[in-house]
Design a protein around this ligand. Sequence first.
Ligand code: SF4
Length: 385
Amino acid sequence: MRKPFSLYVHIPYCVSKCPYCDFNSHVAARIPEREYTQALLRELRHYSEHEVWASRSVKTVFFGGGTPSTFQGTSIGAVLDEADGLFGLDERPEITLEANPGAVDAGRFRDYRRCGVNRISIGAQTFDAELLRFLGRVHGAEETRQALTSVREAGFDNFSLDLIYGIPGQTVDGVSRDLSQALESEPPHLSAYNLTIEEGTPFHARYRQGLLHPLDEDVEIGMAERIQRTLAQAGLDRYEISNYARTGFESQHNVNYWEGGDYLGVGAGAHSHHRGPSDPLGERWHNERSPAVYMRRTEEAGHAVAEHERPECRQAMAEHLFTGLRMIGGVSVPAFRRRFGTKPENAFPEIAGWLSEGLLVETNHRLHFAPRGLLLANELFVHLV
Ligand code: SF4
């Protein structure tokens, strides 16, 4: 039997554009939900006839965005039914949908549950009213609390909350207050992302003009340590740089990414990756980013691939390491050697240096970050690329 894969579905529309966001998200006067859903169905049909994906079942589905909760349960259900009919969903698939407070109500959560979604990820970001305004979010803290209550009432025991830390003006105690409010809803999973100022965003323009001042690195490190300690005390173990979960509630969809598994991405700008059993490099491609171009191309050709790439060996090795090292369990050295015919430290002499500095550790043939290395991980990854 061929191995199951993960399916990512991109819903690119948002109620408004947050000034720090560099995702493929668009604000539309009228969201073309029906036309866009039809395009997703066409794309699924196209790939169901492709040798890479045909006769393989789907183990996880993730509706990401953008704001997928701008779409009704009927549209989400149509995509799930089509995926099930064409590929077959596994017996107990993990099906996640990202929802933003302020772009969803209790009835819609019930609709999502009815159509098969079994995991909700809520974009809370912070509970501080002033910081929410600074981030350009359309919701307030009360709407987040209401959304969390509705998620539970709709029968979701598997849900996650996204928080952002390192926001200019935020303090370590402020992060603690966010954590205690988040923990009131007893989430089995929580993601805490460090705010990054991405090129091309309004935040970056303000930063260049000297109008936005990032926090000191020491303060951010203090926040990261506080997050890890507080969440560990609450029974949420860190399993990836930014992700914490109770045992058994880790995001299977994201673990598949970090472990380098196959995923098919449908929707505007979505990325896909496939690697055959005897192919160390694999291939990947991504779709047209513009929703209008995406819809037109799927109508003409059944798909909307903008670029297809087969990575160089060194690039594939670097990616194997920096996605795998994001996981607290790290990467298997024998698996790396089987794939590339060499050890990680032979390919990247930096690895030997990090091992001797105590930033990386090898335990039971797995290479993983030590606590100090985790705090510096993003800086270290730059050396691999
Ligand atoms: S809601 Fe999310 S995807 Fe949409 S603009 Fe804000 S950060 Fe970006």
